[in-house]
Structure formats: structure tokens, C-alpha cells
Design a protein around this ligand. Structure first.
Ligand SMILES: NC(=O)C1=CN([C@@H]2O[C@H](COP(=O)(O)OP(=O)(O)OC[C@H]3O[C@@H](n4cnc5c(N)ncnc54)[C@H](OP(=O)(O)O)[C@@H]3O)[C@@H](O)[C@H]2O)C=CC1
Ligand SMILES: Nc1nc(=O)c2c([nH]1)NC[C@@H]1CN(c3ccc(C(=O)N[C@@H](CCC(=O)O)C(=O)O)cc3)C=[N+]21
Length: 293
């Protein structure tokens, strides 16, 4: 089997952004410009790339964007004060504090301080609860939401499918599992993690594999059932002296050997990454709509 389909995340993200553009125009006609604030604490180079991309995409679509860059030594109290200001700011409908913050910051407390109605990451406990309860008024975390959209775009049947999610983080793995098992998606979901026994065997059962681990090229060809669909969430920077920045991006899946066995697979880059940003824009519009209804 080597007639696999490459799921083009850039193209699907572009069509999501077309929807956002149209919805933004409608909101603006009602006098509402959706506004997103992205807060970055510290100097992490990868975070700078993502935050820059979010800011650019907002501007491109006609959203109001405020990028707030704070020094590494910013205190917990100072960051809380910034969040509270954004909570109270009527121009801002969505707030995102880039993860991970510097080590001295208590991220959980910061997330809880964000007004849940503006929590476009979907990390606040109130939104986590709404996801578990399948209450659509909550915000669904962008990466899993984007991954579901990629499955739909590729015509993948989730109902009754065996799905294996590798990773149980609050950002990706756990919400991904909730989305796949939700009514309407109806997959049978297994969640694997670092304590799972015989991961290759667990993985081989899967009709749908979601890899969200953070280990470059961990998922090998003999882990994957022929004809499975593979969503590679991993974004890993690996050293590569021949690459222009001295590194290249790779996923959690050994793409070259796995792809020929698959029915469909997402590449890295150009797969889930662009969808994360597109779904963030969607969530910002949802916030603007709900706050101004
Ligand atoms: N495309 C995008 O937009 C995004 C991509 N990412 C990428 O996705 C990946 C995962 O991110 P994130 O969920 O935040 O990472 P975390 O480090 O928070 O979670 C990783 C998960 O993988 C599990 N794990 C680690 N090692 C193994 C192993 N050897 N076998 C099985 N499971 C293992 C961990 O298990 P345990 O719980 O036991 O520790 C944990 O549940 C990263 O590469 C990240 O860069 C993340 C966010 C967005
Ligand atoms: N509060 C918070 N919310 C997040 O949503 C969040 C976060 N913190 N911290 C980090 C992760 C990671 N993340 C990505 C976004 C876009 C790409 C993306 O666009 N990737 C491109 C490549 C970009 C590049 O060249 O580096 C691609 O895969 O094609 C990747 C990863 C959002 N995250």
C-alpha cells in the first residue's frame, strides 16, 4: 500500500481562515472587531515564532491583535496584573498566555485568572469541564480541535473506529481523547502515555493514531496497522547541520517509513501546526460573538 493521502494542513487551515474572514466581516458590520491578546513571557525562540504567527494571522484577517512581550524576570503578580487588565478590556475578546512560561511562574494560577469567557486556549477549568460535558458554549483547545477538523477534511470515519491517542497532556492528548469519544465522533478511544506497557502493540490496534508525545520519530512503521490514519501532532526541533537554522522540524512519527503504510497522514511541518493557529482565530470569533450577544 503506497497510495497514501497526505493531509494538507496548510490548505485546510486556509479554508478555516476563509470562514473566519467572512465571520469577521459580519461582526464588524455589527460594530464589533474581534480582539486577541497574546502574552509571551521570556525569550524562548520557538514561542517567539508561534506568537509572531498568531499576531500576523490576526492582522491578515482584520482582527485586532495585541502582542504583549514581557521579560523573563516578570513576577507572578505582574503577570496576574496583566491578565486582569486584559479581562477588563472591552477591546479584547480572547486571551492567550503562551506556554510554557518561565519556571518561576505558576501557570495553573495564571490560567485560572483568565476570564473563562476569554479563554480561547480552552485551558481554564470551566472550559475543561464544558468539554467533558460536551457543552458547546465552552472553548475547545485549538490543537485537538484542529486535528478533528483534519480528520473530517480527509473524510475519515471516526464512528466506531479504534483510536489510539499517545500522550495525555491537558493541551493535546486529554482533550483529543474527549473529542474523539464525544457523541457524534463516537470513536473507541485508548489513551497511552509514558507508563503504558507495549506501546507498539497498543498502537497496532488503531484505525486512527494521534501522536502527541514530543519524541522525534518515535512511532515506527511496524507500530501502524496497514490502512490506518495518522495525525502527527509532534513538533520537534532536531539538530541538522545542513538545515538553514541548524535545525529541522520533525514530528513524533517516522514519516518516511510510516506514510506508505497509511491511508492518510499529516506531515510536519504543514499538518496540525497551521490548524492550531486557524482554530485559535475561530475561538476568538466565538469569544467575540458570545461576549457581545
Ligand atoms: N502542532 C501543534 O500545534 C502543537 C504541537 N505540540 C507538540 O506535540 C507534542 C506533545 O506536546 P504536549 O502534549 O504539550 O507534551 P507534554 O510533554 O505535555 O506531554 C507528552 C505526553 O507524552 C507522554 N510520553 C512521553 N514520553 C513517552 C513515551 N516514551 N511513550 C509514551 N508516551 C510518552 C507523556 O506521558 P506522561 O503523562 O506519563 O508524562 C505525556 O502524556 C510536542 O512535540 C509538542 O511540541 C504541542 C502543542 C501544539
Ligand atoms: N497557550 C498556548 N497555546 C498554544 O496553542 C500553544 C502554546 N501555548 N505553546 C506552544 C504550543 C505549540 N503551538 C503551535 C502553534 C503553531 C505551530 C505551527 O504553525 N507550526 C508550523 C511550523 C512553524 C515553524 O516553522 O516553527 C507547522 O507545523 O507547519 C506549531 C505549534 C501552539 N502552542
Amino acid at each position: 500500500m503506497s497510495d497514501f493521502k497526505i493531509i494538507d494542513g496548510k490548505a485546510v487551515a486556509a479554508s478555516v481562515l476563509d470562514e473566519v474572514r467572512a465571520e469577521t466581516a459580519e461582526l464588524k458590520a455589527r460594530g464589533v472587531t474581534p480582539g486577541l491578546a497574546v502574552v509571551l513571557v521570556g525569550e524562548d525562540p520557538a514561542s517567539k515564532v508561534y506568537v509572531g504567527a498568531k499576531d500576523r494571522t490576526c492582522r491578515d484577517l482584520g482582527l485586532y491583535s495585541r502582542k504583549i512581550t514581557l521579560p523573563t524576570e516578570t513576577t507572578q503578580e505582574e503577570l496576574l496584573a496583566v491578565v486582569r487588565e486584559l479581562n477588563a478590556d472591552p477591546l479584547i475578546h480572547g486571551i492567550l498566555v503562551q506556554s510554557p512560561p518561565p519556571k518561576h511562574i505558576n501557570e495553573e494560577e495564571i490560567i485560572r485568572a483568565i476570564d473563562p469567557r476569554k479563554d480561547v486556549d480552552g485551558f481554564h477549568p470551566q472550559n475543561v469541564a464544558k468539554l467533558a460535558l460536551e457543552d458547546p458554549s465552552g472553548f475547545v483547545p485549538c490543537t485537538p480541535a484542529g486535528s478533528m477538523r483534519l480528520l473530517a477534511s480527509a473524510g475519515v470515519q471516526t464512528s466506531g473506529a479504534e483510536a489510539v491517542v499517545i500522550g495525555r497532556s491537558m493541551i493535546v492528548g486529554k482533550p483529543m481523547a474527549l473529542l474523539l469519544m464525544a457523541k457524534g465522533s463516537d470513536a473507541t478511544v485508548t489513551v497511552a502515555h509514558s507508563r503504558s506497557k507495549d506501546l507498539p502493540a497498543i498502537c497496532r490496534r488503531a484505525d486512527i493514531v494521534i501522536a502527541a508525545v514530543g519524541r522525534p520519530e518515535m512511532v515506527k512503521a511496524d507500530w501502524v496497522k496497514p490502512g490506518a490514519v495518522v495525525i502527527d501532532v509532534g513538533i520537534n526541533r532536531v539538530e541538522d547541520a545542513t538545515a538553514k537554522n541548524g535545525y529541522r522540524l520533525t514530528g513524533d512519527v517516522a514519516y518516511d517509513e510510516v506514510a506508505p503504510k497509511c491511508a492518510a497522514i499529516t506531515p510536519v511541518p504543514g499538518g496540525v501546526g497551521p490548524m492550531t493557529i486557524a482554530m485559535l482565530m475561530k475561538n476568538t470569533l466565538q469569544a467575540a460573538r458570545q461576549l457581545t450577544a
